[in-house]
Design a protein around this ligand. Structure first.
Ligand code: ADP
Length: 347
């Protein structure tokens, strides 16, 4: 391999070219000035899984329909993004390989692929999130503005203010406050605010949450059953309370009057963990929604959630909190059979 021996000076440095290739984790290839591929890294084949050997092939042929041929021609330019079909994105680094004995002489071009698919995905999540938040904020704001304008017009015309409009403004302002509160909470959880872990009594935490929501449960004449098979759990009490509030509030909200709600604390399968279950006799949730229920702003029935004052963030917060404790969340539900929301806490 005289080309590489000259470039790397193997004779002098005893560099093992094969080992060097293996050590570079990003896939790459080298082509000559006629754009024929003269070297590939082992990772290149692995990542792209070409149907035929690409050594000796032209770059434009192997990578047709992608940004690679253009990138090779614009040697020295910065990173290029490459949509290589599916959900894979790479940035490309293209550099000239020069003759060590004559720096003005370019011998070949090296193209290195750096996988940026994760970055791209994170970017998309962020963009979707901003769009969702804007939408969620705009709806109550539009109502507030509409009612405020109507009140102003009534006042200008010397007419009395309609109390219903003021009530609507208050309701929408409350919704905005709930939303901002939940958003700030999620962002605190994501910024890895430290948890204050301690041994929490399941009875105390359950009593506290039930007391807070008793009025809602009584208004719907629902029955609440509490089953404590586990005495304590290692958790951040404030965060744990929030988990239970969100789950019990949902159970109460989405379940029709006079049905039963159940809170169960039980040992996880195989011991070593505690499982909190909130079980209701509500409408149940079709299986196709289960995987996405814990995503921010995901709702089965958007109109119903709004009508009940939901922010669409409750379950996302639950998932984050339980995740921060090293646990997991899941739902068991089918239409007409009620729902069980479960959280496993380790230790
Ligand atoms: P929301 O503020 O809309 O209640 P959540 O994140 O708490 O937001 O819940 C997301 C969605 O999951 C809800 O909009 C609702 O469609 C569904 N959901 C949550 N809990 C229940 C439940 N106990 N029964 C039926 N549907 C539920």
């Amino acid at each position: 391999m005289p080309f590489f021996e000259r470039i790397l000076g193997i004779g002098k440095t005893k560099l093992d070219f094969k080992l060097l290739l293996d050590a570079i984790r990003d896939p790459f290839f080298i082509c000559d000035l006629e754009e024929t591929i003269i070297q590939t890294s082992p990772q290149l084949e692995e990542v792209f899984g070409f149907a035929q050997p690409i050594l000796g092939q032209k770059v434009w042929k192997v990578f047709s329909g992608t940004d690679v041929p253009d990138a090779v021609r614009q040697v020295g330019s910065d990173a290029h993004k490459l949509d290589f079909g599916g959900e894979r994105y790479f940035s490309l680094r293209v550099s000239r390989l020069r003759d060590p004995d004559d720096e003005t002489r370019v011998l070949a071009v090296i193209v290195i692929f750096h996988d940026i698919s994760d970055l791209k995905r994170a970017d998309r999540v962020r963009i979707d999130f901003v769009a969702n938040v804007s939408h969620e904020l705009r709806t109550p704001l539009t109502s507030i503005k509409g009612y405020a304008d109507t009140i102003a017009a009534d006042l200008a015309a010397g007419q009395p203010v309609d109390a219903a409009f003021v009530g609507a403004i208050q309701r929408n302002a409350d919704r905005l406050m709930d939303l901002v509160h939940d958003l700030l909470d999620l962002s605190a959880l994501e910024s890895h605010e430290a948890l204050a872990l301690e041994i929490v009594s399941t009875r105390e935490i359950t009593d506290r949450v039930v007391t807070g929501l008793r009025k809602n449960i009584e208004e719907k004449r629902q029955t609440l059953v509490v089953d404590l098979e586990v005495d304590s759990v290692r958790a951040d009490p404030k965060r744990l309370e929030q988990v239970l509030v969100n789950l019990l509030d949902n159970a109460c909200k989405y379940t029709p009057p006079e049905r039963e709600l159940r809170i169960v604390w039980e040992m996880g399968a195989g011991g070593g963990s505690s499982v909190l279950k909130v079980i209701d006799q509500g409408p149940g949730i079709p299986a196709e929604h289960h995987a996405r229920l814990f995503e921010r702003f995901y709702r089965v029935d958007r109109a119903r959630s709004r009508e009940l004052g939901g922010t669409g963030l409750g379950l996302a917060i639950v998932k984050h909190i339980v995740g921060r404790h090293g646990g997991s969340v899941w739902v068991e539900s089918s239409v007409g059979q009620g729902s069980t929301f479960a959280c496993r806490f380790p230790g």
